[in-house]
Design a protein around this ligand. Structure first.
Ligand SMILES: Cc1cc2nc3c(=O)[nH]c(=O)nc-3n(C[C@H](O)[C@H](O)[C@H](O)COP(=O)(O)O)c2cc1C
Length: 385
């Protein structure tokens, strides 16, 4: 049996149980607060819609990629023959991503969606990462040439993929490590460390909780994170980016009451976040660390993003959920920038292999109890120059 079929067989019974629970929750909350996923901010998820131009389908897929705090730090120049992707440094998470490491990983995620969609829609692609030494913000130049549409297995998962911050079951999933590892595509500068159980997993879980606390105690980081929180329907419509209550993974009742209350302060929002991490976000079949040989190398950061995106699409296609938990890596960057005690750098180093590789992306994966909602997106008219 193939790895995918093997994993699908393990999770089908759990998915049936989940369906029952979702229907009950929907019945209980219909008509309360503003509903999730409504308005123009969610229109880009209607993908591919009726668009037929391959280059616009490619960009339409790119903007649906995972990206840090939903900052969507991208700008595109598009012709039928070529797409240029630039980092939008105005959309920085500032002290939350002081080395712009996460920004580059998110841009890598966008490149992967772009490439999959271009190929699926009849274009061969040639990707050059960081093509101009004197233009650091030019992240990729992608040449498009006509070709037969390729059977891209992950294409259909592009509009179905969402970060799921709800509860997952913790039952192990056989051969999941193998499935994820395949998405590194044998690149020697990248590594994957899989912690399903035992002391390393416990250390990673406590590291995530401690890093969340450290981050919240750091006023600048806490404010820079909260800056991207969109509380009301009007804020979501206006910005079409950032994090929302519906994307927190909280149950319907909590989300409904949250929407009826005033916008929380950064401090209050931080308390909810920490409670949510401790209560609901440490379950899952495994925690995974993606690392690279040189943590500050921009190309490697882009390749980590591309690999993460493929893994998330693959997991989505099998009914599995994923959520990055990057607080330890964010604190590591903050320590490096401030020149302070490398507490989280050394805690992470003991959990990553092989020796000398640096952690880029930490996430959990498993069978979710509930589906995740989509997060807002700016449309093509806002991101194409
Ligand atoms: C580099 C990177 C770091 C991220 N870190 C976290 C994280 O620490 N916690 C979290 O819940 N989500 C994290 N995410 C997920 C993003 O918040 C998410 O992709 C974004 O809000 C868009 O939502 P979507 O993935 O559902 O489309 C991260 C994503 C990327 C690409």
């Amino acid at each position: 049996m193939t790895t995918s079929r093997w994993i699908r067989a393990q999770i089908s019974r759990r998915a049936a149980l989940r369906g029952l629970w979702t229907s009950a929750a929907t019945l209980l909350t219909t008509g309360c607060g503003f509903p999730p996923e409504t308005g123009e901010a969610f229109a880009p998820w209607d993908f591919p819609g009726d668009e037929e131009r391959p280059e616009l389908l490619a960009v339409g897929a790119a903007i649906l990629a995972a990206n840090p705090h939903n900052t969507q730090p991208w700008r595109f120049r598009v012709t039928p023959e070529e797409i240029e992707l630039r980092a939008d440094l105005e959309r920085s998470l500032r002290t939350m991503d002081s080395l712009h490491r996460e920004m580059w990983i998110g841009l890598g995620c966008a490149i992967e969606n772009l490439v999959i969609a271009a190929r699926a829609n009849g274009r061969a692609v040639e990707v050059k990462l960081m093509p101009e030494a004197d233009e650091a913000a030019l992240v990729a130049r992608v040449r498009l040439t006509p070709a037969e549409p390729a059977a891209e297995e992950l294409y259909d998962a592009i509009p179905a993929r969402h970060t799921n911050r709800g509860e997952y079951t913790s039952a192990p999933i056989e051969r999941l490590e193998e499935l994820l590892r395949a998405e590194l595509q044998g690149q020697g500068t990248l590594s994957l460390t899989y912690h399903a159980a035992g002391e390393p997993r416990r250390l990673l879980e406590s590291g995530i909780v401690d890093a969340t606390k450290a981050l919240l105690a750091d006023e600048e980081m806490s404010e820079d994170s909260h800056h991207w929180y969109r509380h009301t329907e009007e804020e979501i419509d206006r910005h079409r980016d950032g994090t929302t209550l519906d994307a927190t993974g909280n149950g319907a009742t909590l989300r409904r009451f949250g929407k009826l209350t005033a916008r929380p302060s950064a401090e209050r929002a931080g308390e909810y976040w920490l409670a949510n991490v401790e209560r609901s976000q440490l379950g899952g079949a495994a925690f995974v660390i993606l690392a690279s040989a040189d943590r500050n190398d921009r190309r490697q950061q882009l390749e980590i993003g591309r690999a993460y995106q493929r893994m998330h699409l693959r997991a989505t296609s099998l009914g599995l959920a994923m959520q990055p938990h990057n607080q330890m890596a964010e604190r590591q960057d903050r320590e490096e920038t401030l020149g302070s005690e490398p507490e989280f750098a050394s805690r992470l180093a003991s959990l990553v292999g092989p020796e000398g590789f640096g952690a880029q992306m930490i996430f959990r994966v498993g069978v979710p109890w509930d589906d995740a909602f989509s997060s807002p997106r700016r449309g093509l008219e806002e991101v194409i120059e």
